[in-house]
Write a protein that binds this ligand. Structure first.
Ligand SMILES: CC(C)(COP(=O)(O)OP(=O)(O)OC[C@H]1O[C@@H](n2cnc3c(N)ncnc32)[C@H](O)[C@@H]1OP(=O)(O)O)[C@@H](O)C(=O)NCCC(=O)NCCS
Length: 281
């Protein structure tokens, strides 16, 4: 049972700062320590289709001691973050936050709840398993080096958001929430160079000295034709031209074809996430 003094309720718009302070406390001892800010959190919410008013907070008096961020999209809800500040853990608050998020999402029409947990976060994995979530698949992040290539097949052309939308739908239907939702593509496209060929597209961006390939997709009926390899060469070459010293990819499906591609370009896996799902009905 949660101690009586802990209350759960939806966040007020004015409490964003306190939520971010709590998040920074929660994730300071995380597997990958994370530091957020109000603007970062608002951008993140926008990129995943979330709403601040849907966030549920746990309060001890006026202090935010935990939160959960349910992002509902039609029949699905994605738990875009849950955490309890260190001194309040092991008292059932995480469980109550998850149950509150599920109840809210069900009322909003969600039938399936989806989340990801970093491989090795045993505490969180145990919490989700106890609540009935099951492992469904895994996603990996990887890093490699930008490389100069001479010749990489068809020259990709600069692409607009309209060019990308349809290809994204056909290439990313079966990927993680943060890749398959069109709002995520729109957010990434704003800060990236976007390129396309007839059956695929790639986004590249450089932040300081680090290069990113936020998207590299080939439409499902044109896979195995070398387009992905050509786009990867093009992207690594472009990041090399831009002067990036490393190239990173995030949350890509851990599938044999993807792993072979990472291997081909000497990318090393840096992190693995496990997707878990639960039926709410
Ligand atoms: C994962 C996390 C949210 C769990 O929150 P929590 O409030 O500690 O969760 P609960 O208290 O509901 O459950 C945790 C444990 O406490 C136990 N517990 C639950 N109610 C309890 C109570 N009243 N008294 C004592 N123990 C209790 C649970 O059985 C569980 O035990 P277990 O770890 O042996 O399975 C928290 O550890 C956290 O914030 N971690 C850092 C951020 C993070 O990893 N977030 C998830 C990202 S995917």
């Amino acid at each position: 049972m949660v101690q009586n003094k802990i209350r759960l309720r939806h966040i007020g718009q004015w409490e964003l700062g306190e939520l971010v302070d709590a998040q920074n406390e929660i994730f300071s001892d995380y597997i990958i320590p994370m530091k957020s800010s109000s603007s970062f959190f608002v951008d993140f919410l926008q990129s995943v289709g979330g709403k601040l008013e849907n966030v549920i907070i746990a309060l001890d008096g006026r202090k935010v001691v935990g939160y959960v961020n349910p992002v509902v999209d039609g029949p699905e809800v994605w738990i875009g973050g849950v955490g309890v500040v260190p001194g309040y853990r092991g008292k059932g608050i995480g469980t109550q936050l998850m149950l509150a998020a599920e109840e809210f999402s069900l009322a909003e029409g969600a039938k399936t709840s989806i989340l990801e947990v970093i491989h090795g976060n045993e505490q969180a994995h145990r919490l989700y398993t106890t609540l009935g979530y099951q492992d469904t698949r895994a996603y990996v992040c990887a890093e490699g080096k930008p490389v100069q290539f001479v010749g990489y097949g068809d020259q990709p052309r600069r692409a607009s958001m309209d060019d990308l939308r349809e290809m994204h739908r056909k290439a990313y239907a079966d990927t993680c929430w943060q890749r398959r939702k069109v709002c995520a593509l729109e957010t990434s496209a704003r800060g990236s160079e976007c390129y396309a060929v007839s059956s695929g597209f790639v986004l590249v961006r450089k932040v300081n000295t680090v290069g990113y390939i936020p998207y590299l997709g080939v439409v499902s009926d044109h896979r195995g034709e070398g387009t992905g390899t050509s786009l990867a060469k093009f992207a690594l070459n472009r990041l090399h031209e831009l002067g990036a010293y490393k190239a990173a990819v995030y949350n890509i499906n851990e599938e044999p074809s993807v792993l072979r591609m990472l291997d081909k370009f000497d990318f090393a896996v840096t992190m693995k996430q496990v997707e878990m799902r639960k039926s709410l009905v």
